[in-house]
Each structure stands twice: as structure tokens, then as C-alpha cells.
Design a protein around this ligand. Structure first.
Ligand code: SAM
Length: 232
């Protein structure tokens, strides 16, 4: 796979697309591209395009767009992950891994024990999504939804399979994980879900799942849960 470049503008075959901002900076000052260098372009809407550097300025790179390649690296079903965002760099890590695992939509969640400062600005999160998509080859960007309060999330999460992770929940090893189907996942904050929140979810038809005897940090639990939901 040649170097992958994200275009914020929609890409069309046989056009010239101008890459600007962070992507151009990376091409110009890190990769030091030259005219004729081959690239793979994607605009986050699906598919990818062959391209070659056609020209550059101090802050932009023009790329001649070639053939569209219908490459699809998405999961065969919609996977939504709702989670309070952890502190500092751990959010970046969580977003990266969620992209790699194929999450379609990440919902920053506010629960009773979520710390008020725990949710980050959306521009930064979007940049993490783009970087992870470049690395793992996804051609559709994971959506980062607006933050939702726990009751709103329970009301609006529409999926055939809905799992809330809570210590002591039903062991995933005992569950039938054979059928991949639209799935909504919910994780609690560092302080955990309250008993009332878990009861609300169970009443609304969510399955309370356990991830083993050890208490995992949010981002570790996110990977474990996504892996269980996607392994077949
Ligand atoms: N003291 C909190 C508790 O007991 O719930 C720990 C919270 S943990 C750091 C953050 C979230 O990760 C939890 O709310 C839960 O959603 C998930 N989690 C962590 N370890 C888990 C486990 N062993 N089983 C199920 N969920 C787990």
C-alpha cells in the first residue's frame, strides 16, 4: 500500500485535488514528497484513489487523481461504541483502537459518575480518527457523535445486539458470539456504572456482560468488548 493521504474535499477520478493543512504539512515536511511520487487518497466516504504528486507550494500539495479502487475494509455490520472518554492521552489511544476495530460510531457518554471535564474537543478527536484510518486502511471515517447522557443513549441506541459491560455480568465465554449483527456497546466511567444505570439498561433489554475477573481500564475494556463483538 502506498502512502495514504486524507483529503477533506471529496475526490473525483481524473481531477487534481489540493491537499492542505495537517495532511500537507506531513507530506511536505515529514515525508518530503516530490513530483511524481505515488500516493493513495481517500476522502472518508468509501473507496480509495490512486494518485501522484503533481505540484507543491509552501503549504499545499496538488495530487493528480487516477483510478478509484472500490476497497472496503468496513465490518459487515454496524458497530457503535458508547463510552466516557478517559483522561489525557488515553482518549487518543481509545479512538485509535476503536477505528482499528471497525467501530462505525463512537458516542462520548455522560453517566452519573463521569467527570465533567472528561470529554474532549471534536477537532482533536477527528484528527485522531484520520490518523488511525490512514494507518489501518479504513476508507470510511468513524463518526464521533455529540456526547449523550446515559438515559438519552439508552433511548436512542438502536441495534439488534446491545451489551453493557459491567463487572460480574454474564461471561462472554458462555454467550453465542457466532452471528455478526448490528451491535451497540456501552462502557462505564472510571468509577463504574451505578446500580441504577445497570438496572435501567437491563430493563431496556441490554445484556449485562462481564469481561473477566480483573477490572479493566476503559480503553482496555473497549478493545476487549469490540473484539468479542467482531471476532466472527
Ligand atoms: N470500579 C469500577 C466498577 O467496578 O465498575 C471500575 C470501572 S472500569 C475502570 C470502567 C468500565 O470498564 C466499567 O464501568 C465497565 O463498563 C468496564 N469494565 C472494566 N472491567 C470490566 C470487567 N471485568 N467486566 C465488565 N466490564 C468491565
Amino acid at each position: 500500500m502506498s502512502r495514504r493521504v486524507f483529503s477533506a474535499e471529496p475526490i473525483a477520478t481524473d481531477s487534481v485535488v489540493t491537499i492542505a493543512d495537517a495532511e500537507a504539512h506531513h507530506l511536505l515536511h515529514v515525508l518530503r514528497v516530490a513530483a511524481g511520487d505515488e500516493l493513495t487518497l481517500f476522502d472518508g466516504q468509501g473507496g480509495e484513489f490512486a494518485g501522484a504528486v503533481a505540484g507543491k507550494s509552501r503549504s499545499t500539495v496538488d495530487v493528480q487523481v487516477g483510478q478509484r479502487l472500490p476497497v472496503d475494509r468496513e465490518l459487515p455490520f454496524a458497530l457503535t461504541l458508547a463510552t466516557p472518554l478517559p483522561k489525557g492521552d488515553r482518549t487518543r489511544w481509545l479512538v485509535e483502537k476503536a477505528v482499528e476495530m471497525g467501530v462505525k460510531r463512537l458516542v462520548p457518554l455522560r453517566t452519573q459518575r463521569t467527570e465533567p471535564s472528561a470529554n474532549k474537543g471534536s477537532d482533536k478527536l477527528q484528527r485522531y480518527v484520520i490518523e488511525a484510518s490512514k494507518q489501518c486502511g479504513r476508507n470510511r471515517l468513524m463518526e464521533i457523535a455529540a456526547p449523550l447522557m446515559w438515559p438519552e443513549w439508552l433511548e436512542t441506541a438502536a441495534a439488534e445486539r446491545r451489551w453493557i459491560a459491567h463487572p460480574g455480568g454474564q461471561s462472554l465465554a458462555e454467550m453465542d458470539l457466532q452471528r455478526a449483527t448490528s451491535t451497540a456497546l456501552a462502557l462505564g466511567p472510571e468509577g463504574g456504572f451505578t446500580d441504577a444505570e445497570v438496572a435501567e439498561a437491563a430493563t431496556a433489554g441490554w445484556t449485562v456482560v462481564g469481561l473477566g475477573a480483573r477490572i479493566l481500564r476503559i480503553e482496555t475494556a473497549a478493545i476487549a468488548l469490540c473484539a468479542a463483538a467482531t471476532w466472527r
